[in-house]
Design a binder for this molecule. Structure first.
Ligand SMILES: Cc1cc2nc3c(=O)[nH]c(=O)nc-3n(C[C@H](O)[C@H](O)[C@H](O)COP(=O)(O)O)c2cc1C
Ligand code: SF4
Length: 449
C-alpha cells in the first residue's frame, strides 16, 4: 500500500507508471507535493480549489515582473537540476539580456534511469510545473515555454498535455494570460536520446532539432540559449517551487531548508529489502533521516555504503550519515545531489563491482566531444575491470588517482567532473576494497532493488 504524509490520504494508483510516495514526518514542509493527493491530478478545478494558479494571479495582479524576480532572488531558491545555481541570478540575466525573444525550458528529462523524482512530480501535480513555468515566462518576458520530457514516457506526456490544455482553456496560459496582456504559449516537447540529453546545452540543441553535444560556457543559456536567445532552463522541481514562493513569500520559503539552501527537494530512496520510493525532504536533513524513510534493512544485514546522486554519484560510508543532505556538505563529502537518488548499499555488495558498473555507465554515456573524458573515463573503467579480474597492478590505483585529477581539471561539462566520483569516493572511503592484494569477492547473491 502506498504511504502518505498525514492521515487519511486517498490511495495512489501504483504500477509501472508510478513510484511510491514515502511517508515523511508531519513537521516537514510540503512545497512540491502539497497537492499530490488529488484524486485526478489533471482536474484543474480540484487543483485550483487547492491553491493552483494563486501564485500566477499574485504575480500578475500584485507584483509585476521586476518584483517577481526580486522575490525569487530573495527566496534563495537554488536549481534542483544538480548544480544548485541561484535561480534569481539566472532570471535577472535572462530578463536583462537584450533580445527580440526569450524562452523558458522546463527540464523534465530525468536522465538518471533509476530516479523517478521529476516524473513523479509531473504525474502527481502537473499544474505546479505549468504554473511555475508560466510565472517564469511572465517575469522574464518570454512568450514561449517548453516542458521537455522523455519521448518514451507516454504517461507524463499525456498528463502534462491534458493539464496544459485545461490551463489554456481557463486562461492561465495562452493568449493574454489572466488579463495581463502577456501571451505565454506552452508546449510539451518529447525528446529522445541518451543520458547526456538531460544536460541543458544538449537539451536545447535537441529542441532545435539538432544533434547535441555540451557547449563551452559562457555564454550561458540565460544569455544565449534556444535559437541564440536568452533562455531560462530549470529543472521541473525548481519551477514547481516558484508558485509556492510567490504565494507565500520569500521569507516563508527561507524559513524552510537551510540558510544557504532553502526549501525542499524530491529524493528517490532505495533500500534493499525495504522501500523504494520518492519523498519530499527539506534541504539540510541529515542523511541518516533520509535513509530512515526507506525503512530497515533485512535482519542480519548492515549498511556498507550509501550511493548518492545517481550513476555519477559518490559512495559515502556509514560514519558519514550525519552529513546534511545539501549541496555543499555532500560535495565536501565526495558526493552530490545529482538526480536526487539515495541508494543504500548493504554488506553483501562488492563495492568494486558496483564502481565498475557505474564507471562503465559513465564512460559509455560520455558524448565523446572532449578527449580527457572520452578516453580518460574509459581508462578508469579499464582499471576497475582489471581489479575485478584480479589483474590489478600496485601502480594502478595511483594511476587512477592521477587520471581522475586530470579528468576533473580538464572538464568541458559536468559529466566529466562527476564521472570520476564513484571511483574516487570509493577509494577515499573504502580503500581496502580497492587493495590490489585483496581477492575479488564473489558477486552478491541479491542485487539491490
Ligand atoms: C550529464 C548531465 C545530465 C543532466 N541531466 C539533467 C536532467 O535529467 N534534468 C535536469 O533538470 N538537469 C540535468 N542536468 C543539469 C542541467 O544541465 C542544468 O544544469 C539544469 O537543468 C538547470 O536547472 P536548475 O537551474 O533548475 O538546476 C544534467 C547535467 C549533466 C552534466
Ligand atoms: S566532458 Fe564528456 S560528456 Fe562532457 S562534452 Fe566532453 S566528452 Fe562529452
Amino acid at each position: 500500500m502506498p504511504r502518505w504524509t498525514g492521515a487519511g490520504a486517498p490511495a495512489l494508483r501504483r504500477g509501472p507508471d508510478m513510484t511510491e510516495i514515502l511517508k515523511t514526518p508531519a513537521r516537514w514542509p510540503t512545497i512540491l507535493l502539497g497537492r499530490a493527493r488529488a484524486k485526478d491530478p489533471r482536474d484543474l478545478d480540484e487543483a485550483v480549489a487547492a491553491g493552483a494558479f494563486a501564485g500566477l494571479r499574485r504575480a500578475i495582479r500584485d507584483l509585476g515582473p521586476t518584483a517577481v524576480i526580486a522575490t525569487i532572488a530573495d527566496s534563495g531558491l537554488r536549481g534542483r537540476g544538480g548544480a544548485g545555481f541561484p535561480a534569481g541570478e539566472k532570471w535577472r540575466t535572462a530578463a536583462s539580456t537584450d533580445a527580440d525573444r526569450r524562452y523558458v525550458v522546463a527540464n523534465g528529462y530525468g536522465a538518471d534511469p533509476a530516479s523517478h523524482t521529476d516524473r513523479t512530480l509531473m504525474l502527481l501535480d502537473p499544474f505546479s510545473v505549468i504554473e511555475g513555468t508560466a510565472i517564469a515566462a511572465y517575469a522574464i518576458g518570454a512568450n514561449e515555454a517548453f516542458i521537455a520530457v522523455r519521448a518514451e514516457d507516454a504517461d507524463v506526456i499525456a498528463s502534462l498535455s491534458a493539464a496544459i490544455g485545461a490551463a489554456t482553456d481557463a486562461g492561465f496560459v495562452g493568449e493574454d494570460v489572466s488579463g495581463s496582456g502577456h501571451d505565454i504559449h506552452m508546449t510539451v516537447r518529447p525528446v529522445q536520446g541518451a543520458y547526456m540529453l538531460g544536460e541543458e546545452t544538449v537539451l536545447l540543441k535537441a529542441l532545435e532539432g539538432k544533434r547535441g553535444q555540451p557547449e563551452q560556457r559562457p555564454p550561458h543559456p540565460a544569455e544565449s540559449g534556444l535559437f541564440d536567445r536568452p533562455t531560462l532552463v530549470h529543472n521541473v522541481q525548481t519551477l514547481a517551487a516558484v508558485p509556492w514562493i510567490v504565494s507565500e513569500g520569500a521569507s516563508a520559503f527561507r524559513a524552510t531548508g537551510t540558510t544557504g539552501s532553502p526549501g525542499t527537494v524530491l529524493v528517490q530512496v532505495r533500500t534493499p529489502g525495504g522501500e523504494n520510493g520518492v519523498a519530499e525532504v527539506p534541504l539540510g536533513t541529515p542523511l541518516r533521516e533520509v535513509l530512515g524513510l526507506g525503512g530497515e534493512l533485512p535482519a542480519g544485514r548492515s549498511i556498507k555504503a550509501v550511493l548518492i546522486g545517481g550513476p555519477s554519484g559518490g559512495l559515502l560510508p556509514p560514519d558519514a550519515l550525519d552529513t546534511p543532505y545539501d549541496f555543499e556538505p555532500l560535495r565536501a563529502a565526495g558526493a552530490h545531489l545529482g538526480s536526487g537518488s539515495v541508494v543504500v548499499v548493504d554488506d553483501r555488495t562488492d563495492l568494486l563491482e558496483l564502481v565498475g558498473v557505474l564507471t562503465r555507465f559513465c564512460s559509455n554515456e560520455a558524448c565523446g566531444k572532449s578527449i580527457p573524458c572520452r578516453i580518460g573515463v574509459k581508462r578508469l573503467a579499464e582499471i576497475v575491470a582489471r581489479r575485478e579480474d584480479g589483474l590489478l597492478r600496485p601502480v594502478d590505483m595511483e594511476l587512477a588517482t592521477d587520471l581522475a585529477t586530470d579528468i576533473v581539471a580538464s572538464a568541458l561539462c559536468d559529466h566529466e567532473r562527476l564521472a570520476t566520483l564513484p571511483l574516487t569516493s570509493g577509494m577515499r572511503y573504502f580503500g581496502s576494497d580497492f587493495d590490489p592484494a585483496r581477492r575479488p569477492q564473489p558477486a552478491s547473491t541479491e542485487a539491490p532493488r
